[in-house]
Write a protein that binds this ligand. Structure first.
Ligand code: SF4
Length: 84
């Protein structure tokens, strides 16, 4: 069975990821600044972001590995090494 992401901001179409643990919710358009949400937050307006979820988790893994100076293979094939 295919793994389905949980209904959290990280897997929501209205979410823009900015940090490894947070981003902004753009469910209300046209604001001068969007509310900051944790990747684990959720609400009734969640919409599936599809493949974007795997791109985001890959980016998070890459960022975490880069901060630790490690090398990692992710779902999106990004490989980070210390100093890159
Ligand atoms: S707060 Fe709701 S609508 Fe906004 S990004 Fe999170 S789940 Fe999506």
């Amino acid at each position: 069975m295919k793994h389905l992401p949980k209904k959290i901001c990280l897997s929501c179409r209205n979410f823009s990821l900015h940090e490894i643990d947070s981003g902004s919710c753009k469910v209300i358009k046209g604001l001068t600044s969007y509310p900051v949400k944790s990747v684990d937050d959720t609400c009734a307006q969640w919409l599936d972001c599809g493949q974007q979820y795997f791109i985001r988790t890959g980016w998070i893994k890459g960022r975490m590995a880069k901060e630790k100076g490690e090398k990692v293979n992710t779902e999106t094939g990004i490989i980070w090494k210390a100093g890159q």
